[in-house]
Ligand binder design. Structure first.
Ligand code: 13P
Ligand code: SF4
Length: 329
């Protein structure tokens, strides 16, 4: 194996494995955190992290939040660089809202399976079949799909966004059938639903909740609207990830059964050390969200990777749909 000093950029690189091994052992955890802080200041960067990120990543972030909160932060930041600890569509949204800034996603493979459950070709065919429908697009979608939509929404504002559309207008809700179905039943408003879903939230089953309720009868059940209708039917409260955090903080109850990706429990426990939280199932783990690690955040800041940029024409159209949502939020 070539003895390679990574700090000496003039030397030739033997192979990628050498670099990664060298890098992984270069610093201790506390040094990694220090280096991230240092580089963040040097580069005038801000770190945004979704509520599903690993605990140590959430802890070094400047802002941790849900999709809505993160896009609002991305739109108003004064930083030159946004390090987005989340998945691809979130970094794309940040880049659309802040086109002059450099947006970095620390792992280029962090995607969202739900966002990939709709293609432009399929959407155009559906739109042709429903030419008068208003297309409401969940933010968990690619920039190209947003560009083809009338307005975006997140789980935090979907109710408000759908309510803003005149009652006589047909609505095509894409791509999450669970969020769409929940909003449709809450507002008693029929909508055409796309057949997409979140594989992580669909691993949460009603039987898991019923079992937990036997041993913890006083616990409040709080779930995300990406869950299936039978799970939602058992919930005391349904909200976005930040909405769940707010509810758990403000409610007097002491025990909560949480129906969303397990990463949120880090924030819940940190903010409410005197309360008890039960994950409905450890299977609700989004492997894409968990691709981001502290080391990758450091490498991202060192090497300015991986830069997420949306082509100008697509970004301009997608921005209209996102901005309409932000104006209503
Ligand atoms: P929110 O944080 O907006 O509730 O979204 C959940 C989610 O699944 C993001 O991928
Ligand atoms: Fe996509 Fe679900 Fe993961 Fe969110 S939790 S990024 S919706 S797969």
């Amino acid at each position: 194996m070539l003895c390679y000093d990574y700090t000496d950029k003039t030397q030739d690189v033997c192979n990628l494995t050498d670099i990664l091994i060298k890098r992984a052992h270069r610093f201790s955890l506390s040094t990694i955190k220090e280096k991230i802080k240092e580089l963040k200041t040097q580069r005038n960067a801000v770190i945004l992290a979704h509520n599903y990120q690993r605990g140590d990543v959430q802890d070094i972030a400047d802002f941790t939040g849900d999709s809505l909160g993160l896009s609002q932060q991305a739109a108003k930041t004064k930083a030159d660089i946004i390090v987005f600890c989340g998945v691809h569509f979130m970094a794309e949204t940040a880049s659309i809202l802040s086109p002059d800034k450099m947006v970095l996603l620390p792992d280029e493979h962090a995607g969202c399976p739900m966002a990939n459950m709709i293609t432009l070709k399929e959407l155009r065919i559906k739109k042709e079949a429903h030419p008068d429908a208003t297309v409401v697009c969940y933010v968990n979608s690619t920039a190209a799909i947003k560009a083809e939509s009338d307005i975006c929404c997140t789980s935090a504002n979907a109710m408000k966004i759908v309510s803003s559309i005149p009652k006589d207008r047909e609505i095509l809700f894409i791509p999450d059938k669970s969020l769409g179905g929940y909003i449709s039943s809450k507002l008693n408003r029929p909508m055409i639903l796309w057949e997409g879903y979140c594989p992580t939230h669909h691993r949460i089953l009603a039987e898991h909740i019923l079992k937990l309720k036997i041993t913890n009868p006083d616990a409040r059940v709080v779930v995300h609207p990406e869950c299936t209708p039978d799970v939602i039917a058992l919930a005391d409260h349904v909200a976005s990830t930040t909405g769940i955090a707010k509810y758990c903080k403000e409610t007097a109850a002491k025990e909560f059964i949480i129906g969303t990706e397990t990463g949120l429990l880090h924030r819940l426990k940190k903010e409410n050390p005197q309360k008890t939280f039960y994950a409905i199932t450890q299977l609700a783990d989004c492997s894409n969200m968990k691709l981001i690690s502290l080391e990758k955040v450091l490498w991202s800041l060192e090497d300015l990777v991986y830069q997420i940029k949306v082509p100008d024409d697509i970004a301009a159209k997608a921005r209209l749909a996102i901005q309409k949502m932000l104006d209503l939020s």
